[in-house]
Design a protein around this ligand. Structure first.
Ligand SMILES: [Zn+2]
Ligand SMILES: [Zn+2]
Length: 251
């Protein structure tokens, strides 16, 4: 698998990065994990506008899904070749309605379903997308939110979504080759366990799960990434780095 960081800023975009969005490619298949603010523009640096095969949304906070409204325009009103075929879009229950409401004036209430084939995620569920096997489980966040384990050819990538410390995340990350984990908070500064992780907690989860490599993501512009990097390294003991826009990982 190849992972490309499209955007990795937490909560709102930074001057350097769009919000959460990660492109996963294997055998020519392209899956996008999340499509937060600014992601659609950045995505076009890495693949064609119409080259995505599926999209999976961890939750419906704007920093993870709002560019789906812009992507609807691109697929529904395509100038050449007519309207796009519907591609699978997995998200929490109510994703279609939420995106339709956010868009505000789609031609009909079901217009989005003409270009997106919506599927509800469920806890502890697994599904196939092309050559990829995706396992989803509920993580700890104020709204229905999922973490994902994406497997291909014996290799595993795990993405935390947004979460506080929870067993479900550790179980998903068990033995992952690459663990893409949020670290929004600063240890000792913010402590809201049902909202986000700090660098230390991300490192502890990677250690407990026996992950091979930890990549910290979803750092908001007001959080010091170096602080979280130090904390995660101390807790994990394995290789840790910060996600950055355009970074590519072979898994
Ligand atoms: Zn977020
Ligand atoms: Zn969130």
């Amino acid at each position: 698998m190849k992972l490309t960081v499209v955007g990795c800023s937490g909560s709102f975009p930074s001057a350097e990065s769009a919000c959460s969005s990660y492109l996963v490619e294997a055998d020519g298949y392209r899956l996008l994990l999340d499509m937060g603010n600014g992601a659609l523009g950045e995505l076009q640096r890495h693949c064609g506008l119409y080259d995505l095969d599926a999209i999976v949304l961890s939750h419906l906070h704007a920093d993870h899904c709002i560019d789906m409204c812009a992507y609807f325009v691109a697929r529904y009103y395509r100038h050449e070749g007519g309207r796009c075929e519907a591609i699978p879009v997995y998200g929490p229950k109510g994703t279609e309605q939420r995106l339709t409401t956010a868009y505000a004036d789609t031609p009909s209430e079901r217009s989005m379903s003409e270009v997106f084939d919506f599927h509800d995620l469920a806890p502890r569920s697994a599904f196939r997308l092309g050559p990829l096997t995706v396992t989803a489980d509920r993580v700890r966040h104020p709204v229905e939110t999922y973490g994902f384990r994406v497997e291909h050819d014996g290799r595993a990538l795990v993405y935390s979504g947004d979460t506080g410390p929870c067993d479900a995340l550790c179980d998903l990350a068990r033995g992952a080759d690459l663990f893409l984990c949020e670290a929004s908070f600063t240890d000792g500064k913010e402590d809201i366990p049902e909202l986000h992780l700090n660098g230390r907690q991300a490192g502890e989860c990677a250690r407990d799960a026996g992950a091979g490599r930890l990549v910290l993501t979803h750092i908001p512009p007001w959080t010091d990434p170096q602080h979280n990097l130090r904390d995660a390294r101390a807790a994990f003991g394995g290789p840790v780095e910060m996600a950055r826009p355009g970074a590519v990982y072979e898994i």
